[in-house]
Write a protein that binds this ligand. Structure first.
Ligand code: ADP
Ligand code: MG
Ligand code: ZN
Length: 612
């Protein structure tokens, strides 16, 4: 264990293990098959990278995407760990070079695409190589129960036979029991050590709002994060284009990403985001897999995702570095209909039922007034320890539960009944709010006993309550015009039976990002170092976060070390990084502090660490 910890310090500049890392690494050190389930950002890569460095021989890592392999190899190289990948992006010359590095015992890790690894040629080639163990990253890709099944992963079941003496270690963030079992079976794991971490992501602040002014709502989040990276998700390509264009016309710099773009364009936009040439990417769910960018500070869903699993995946791309990040979900009842339409169009009967169920769960998530962290972990069969997570709209008291929801629901349902169940939400809200619009007057609906019953409420709240009643199945929407229809349980409400939950947003006291880990950090210096990081990254042809993470920049801008000797104490700086750009960093800090007359070389005490 001592050797693992010193390897982590030396190469990565971290001083402790994250939860379950020690256990997962021990399994790899002792050649006991294992399956490790940790959430996104939990630190799965280190679980195989550190033992790979400690053990003799070379570790083979299976990874599903070229971008992921490249990212990891770049990061490892920057940490002074020799690694390479083989996949279809290499020329035959480059492949030969890797082969000779492998033969010469020069590499600690070799990343390979699954289809390549199981080829007889590769197996024969590796037969003469001293292999320490095999790691399977994103192992859920082997299961067709998972959300990202890849047929080529199935062929990994032959690995056990091909390398009978080498232990296999699988890693995934997918939490369902079914997928877990499937992974263990497909890979023929032998009495595997199964390690399942907590799925909670305490650094993520979740917020759910009804959509009323989508661009305004997106801007509210984006404006809290100047110069920081964020993703805005939309359901459709056309919405991606439209949202990106609108934001750009308002002076934001965004790029779109969806499957309809030319592959070159798509790649260029993705790289611009990763390289921090653009801060905001507006995307469909086609964007994200294979993006290990650690400093995404917010994820906005401009429309509701299709399932809680998808939401967990997509929102989980924020805050991988463990620093605070924001996840804002902006939904409307209409999103459910959009998904229903898409699901009915594209899926066979078996999948359809499951997809519609998953959609229903997502909708309940939006309308529920239970802590978001609690809802998410309980969806994956876990419990949240604390009562108040301190990081969601519910626990931050940003939504208000109506005092008499039954009476309120009765007003709404009875108006719909009196209107003859022939109108949609917009019209119903007009009647309830006592509108003098021509349509209401011509229909004589100003004569209904429910007319004006909610005249003191805002349209936004009334529409929100109607959506909530639909989600709780007291009402349903029917037909092309989304006419509101009362269900059996809706009629029960009129008889005083049932417990609807109706909420509305409160005016927010304070922006959330103020609570971030910025204490003592000089923002100007942080920005300055961020620029420096971009310059170094561009020169070396790697993403900025591979050079230094945001946590490291914050610690630098807090303690302001100007002697390279002190840099090793900073989170995320190991020997190689100190050698490579320690002098540049120290000079830059010294210069800044001189110019700004700012105190430098503050004592680096554990009590004031940003990274704790
Ligand atoms: P995952 O694959 O589980 O989503 P990663 O392996 O990409 O997560 O790790 C997420 C981030 O956490 C990376 O920036 C990584 O360097 C950092 N990290 C991992 N382990 C530790 C540790 N023990 N101490 C500090 N940071 C860590
Ligand atoms: Mg990973
Ligand atoms: Zn909460």
């Amino acid at each position: 264990m001592d050797s693992l910890l010193s390897v982590i310090q030396k190469h990565w500049g971290y001083d402790s293990f994250r939860p379950l890392q020690r256990e997962a690494m021990t399994a790899a050190m002792e050649s006991q098959d294992s399956l490790t389930v940790l959430p996104t950002g939990g630190g799965k890569s280190l679980c195989y990278q550190a033992p790979a460095v400690c053990r003799n021989g070379m570790t083979v890592v299976v990874s599903p995407l070229i971008a992921l392999m490249k990212d990891q190899v770049d990061s490892l190289s920057e940490c002074g760990v020799p690694a390479a990948f083989v996949n279809s992006s290499l020329s035959s010359q480059e492949r030969m070079k890797v082969a000779s590095q492998v033969r010469g015992g020069e590499l600690k890790l070799l990343f390979a695409a699954p289809e390549r690894l199981v080829q007889q040629r590769t197996i024969d080639f590796l037969a003469d190589v001293d292999l320490s163990f095999i790691a399977i990253d994103e192992a859920h890709c082997i299961s067709n129960w998972g959300h990202d099944f890849r047929p080529e992963y199935r062929r990994l079941s032959s690995l056990r036979q091909a390398f009978p003496d080498v232990s296999i270690h699988a890693f995934t963030a997918t939490a369902t029991e079914q997928v877990r079992q499937d992974i263990a079976e497909q890979l023929n794991l032998k009495a595997p050590k199964i390690l399942v971490g907590s799925f909670d992501r305490p650094n993520l602040l979740y917020r759910v709002e009804r959509r009323h002014d989508v661009i305004g709502q997106i801007r509210e989040v984006v404006d809290r994060h100047p110069n920081e990276s964020g993703i805005v998700y939309c359901i459709s390509r056309s919405n991606v284009e439209e949202t990106a264009a609108t934001l750009n016309s308002l002076g934001y710099k965004t790029l779109p990403y969806h499957a309809g773009l030319e592959p070159d364009q798509r790649k260029a936009n993705q790289e611009a985001f990763i390289d921090e040439k653009t801060n905001i990417i507006v995307a469909t769910v086609a964007f994200g897999m294979g993006i290990d960018k650690s400093n995404v500070r917010y994820v906005v869903h401009a429309e509701m995702p299709r399932s809680v699993e998808a939401y967990q995946q997509e929102s989980g791309r924020a805050g991988r570095d463990g620093l605070e990040a924001e996840c804002s979900l902006i939904y409307s009842g209409r999103d459910t209909s959009t998904w229903e339409f898409l699901i009915n169009q594209s899926e066979n009967d078996d999948n359809r039922t499951a997809s519609l169920q998953a959609l229903g769960k997502m909708e309940s998530f939006c309308f529920s007034s239970v802590c978001r962290h609690r809802q998410l972990v309980s969806h994956f069969g876990q419990q949240l320890e604390q009562d108040n997570c301190g990081a969601c709209d519910v626990c931050l008291n940003e939504i208000e539960c109506h005092q008499d929801p039954l009476l309120l629901a009765q007003k709404i349902v009875s108006s719909i009944y009196r209107q003859g169940q022939r109108y949609g939400a917009e019209y119903t809200s007009l009647v309830l709010r006592g509108s003098k619009s021509k349509k209401v007057l011509t229909n004589g609906h100003d004569q209904l006993s429910t007319y004006g019953l909610l005249k003191d409420e805002s349209e936004r709240d009334v529409r929100g309550w109607i959506d909530q009643l639909v989600a709780q199945e007291f009402l349903s929407r029917s037909g092309e015009y989304s006419v509101l229809v009362i269900s059996d349980s809706g009629f029960q409400l009129l008889k005083g039976k049932g417990t609807p939950q109706l909420t509305r947003p409160k005016t927010r006291q304070q922006a959330a990002s103020a609570t971030g880990k910025w204490e003592g950090v000089d923002r100007g210096l942080f920005e300055n170092l961020r620029q420096m990081r971009m310059e170094i990254a561009a020169k070396r042809g790697v993403p900025p976060y591979v050079i230094l993470g945001d946590m490291t920049l914050r610690e630098l801008a807090r303690f302001r070390p100007t002697k390279t000797g002190d840099l090793l104490q900073i989170y995320g700086i190991g020997q190689k990084k100190r050698e490579e750009f320690g002098a540049t960093v120290a000079e830059r800090i010294a210069e800044y502090c001189r110019e700004e007359e700012l105190a430098a070389d503050l004592p680096i005490l554990d009590t004031n660490r940003i990274a704790k």
